[in-house]
Design a protein around this ligand. Structure first.
Ligand code: NAP
Length: 434
């Protein structure tokens, strides 16, 4: 019997567990370990609450968790309750699929002012992540600035722009729904350091901005290269740029504006006691397609500034780390003997949820090649881990426990919503009587 530990229960972890279960059948036991008693990582805490169809992928993960030989060990934080080295003593292989939950820093003056928030925090706040339940972002000013031209910037701008009615059917947490309903923000400036051709926004997500009840996207068509230049773009990008161009023709008197400000590189954030404005330098593209400052600067107002410029994986004791890439040092998923990584912890924070499937399968295949199913590693697996945790007074939870939390969250849902998430670890544990 082989024993595998997959750390992290987001998409990368679940696809890897699925692949290992398929590769080994009854010859392995796979434990998916999460620091929280609730599974699904990015699906629960990252994917926007008004994108329920994307969140539905958790149904597939649920089937994996219920497969014979697959277990869920929740409420166990690797690095706090148990180390990677200790896991390697109990398991034949350990796969780190812990995602990239930390915000990349802008590295500009004023970044630490109150009101300047990273997207992991802001997204975590409206998605009920326990670390950010008390974030209380300032929504009482009329202007917000969103830094970045990726899909996360789109998520953040859309959530800031939606009306209460537009959250119907979503699982946005109550505290965020109430705060956003009272929000005074009317102008959301989306700052891109490069141009319309360089956006990292996908067509479906971008298109949504054109159909909001009370908000309208604003584009300056002068920022665009000549129309013929779009032909050189790859098809998906061309579609996105076409949608952006169409935004330029919208005439509307909706009360909220989402202003796309291209060739705008944040230099600093200013304000007395809190963010008031972003000082921005006008850029142009250099011969490599990078943003080069022109020396012309101006100010964009924003008492809330959300930087959506990417994420990093936190380093872990004893695991080689790639500082520049913000991920574990690895070669096609292999970190060192019997230690692997998958997903954003392996590749960095790019790609869709589906990208993690081939990623997880590839690493599972590498493990199966290194550790043939027919031989046994002679390690204790879950039994050994749970014994160790018991000695330390750490309380592990399982998938049945999660089912109880899930039921309680579903029962607490407001009308039309799938669930009202509990936003504190203590609430989850209380539900379980722990
Ligand atoms: P992203 O796609 O890498 O976009 C990051 C953006 O930040 C880029 O526009 C980048 O500009 C900009 N940026 C980076 N450093 C900057 C700086 N110092 N100053 C100003 N701008 C800076 O990252 P993301 O939006 O965080 O998304 C992460 C991944 O999740 C992506 O693969 C995304 O597609 C995916 N995602 C998907 C969905 C969905 O499908 N619905 C939703 C959310 C996220 P440059 O291009 O100039 O570097």
């Amino acid at each position: 019997m082989r024993h595998f530990a997959v750390v992290g229960s987001g998409p990368a972890g679940f696809y890897t567990a699925e692949a290992l279960a398929k590769a080994y059948g009854n010859d392995a036991r796979i434990d998916i370990i999460d620091r929280y008693p609730v599974p699904y990582g990015l699906i629960r805490f990252g994917v926007a609450p008004d994108h329920q169809s994307l969140k539905a992928v958790s149904k597939r993960y649920e089937k994996v968790a219920e497969t014979d030989g697959v277990g869920f060990i929740g409420n166990v934080a690797v690095g706090r309750d148990v180390s990677v080295a200790e896991l390697l003593e109990q398991y034949d292989a350990v796969v780190l699929g812990i995602g990239a939950p930390h915000d990349r820093k802008l590295g500009i003056p004023g970044e630490d002012l109150p009101g300047v928030i990273g997207s992991a925090e802001f997204v975590g706040w409206y998605n009920g992540h326990p670390e950010f339940a008390d974030l209380n972002p300032p929504l009482d000013g009329s202007h917000a600035a969103v830094i970045g031209n990726g899909n996360v910037a789109l998520d953040v701008a859309r959530i800031l722009a939606k009306t209460r009615a537009e959250f119907e059917g979503s699982d946005i947490v109550g505290h965020a729904l109430e705060a956003l309903d009272r929000s005074a923000i009317r102008t959301i400036t989306i700052l891109g350091r490069r141009g319309p051709h360089q956006i990292a926004m996908t067509p479906k997500e971008l298109g949504e901005l054109g159909h909001l009840e009370a908000a309208v996207p604003i584009i300056d068509l002068d920022d665009f290269p000549p129309l013929e230049a779009d032909a050189a773009l790859e098809p998906g990008q061309r579609k996105s740029v076409t949608i952006l161009r169409e935004f330029g023709n919208i005439r509307s008197n909706k009360p909220k504006a989402m202003v796309f400000d291209f060739f705008a590189k944040p230099l600093s954030i200013e304000g007395s006691g809190g963010a008031e404005q972003v000082v921005v330098e006008r850029t142009q593209l250099d011969e490599n397609g990078s943003a080069r400052g022109t020396g012309e600067t101006y100010e964009v107002p924003g008492s809330l500034v959300v930087s959506c410029i990417g994420y990093s994986t936190p380093p872990m004791d004893g695991v080689p780390y790639d500082e520049r890439g913000g991920k574990f040092l690895n070669e096609t998923g292999r970190i060192s003997d019997r230690l692997y990584c998958v997903g954003w912890a392996r590749r960095g924070p790019t790609g869709t949820i589906g990208t993690n499937r081939p990623d997880g399968y590839e690493v599972a295949e590498a493990i199966a090649a290194a550790m043939p199913p027919e031989s046994s590693g002679g390690r204790a697996g879950a039994e050994g881990l749970l014994r160790l945790l018991g000695e330390r007074g750490a309380r592990a939870t399982d998938f049945t426990d999660w089912r109880r939390i899930e039921k309680a969250e579903e029962a607490a849902a407001r009308a039309g919503s799938p669930r009202e998430k509990m936003v504190r670890v203590e609430e989850w544990l209380q539900t379980l009587g722990l």
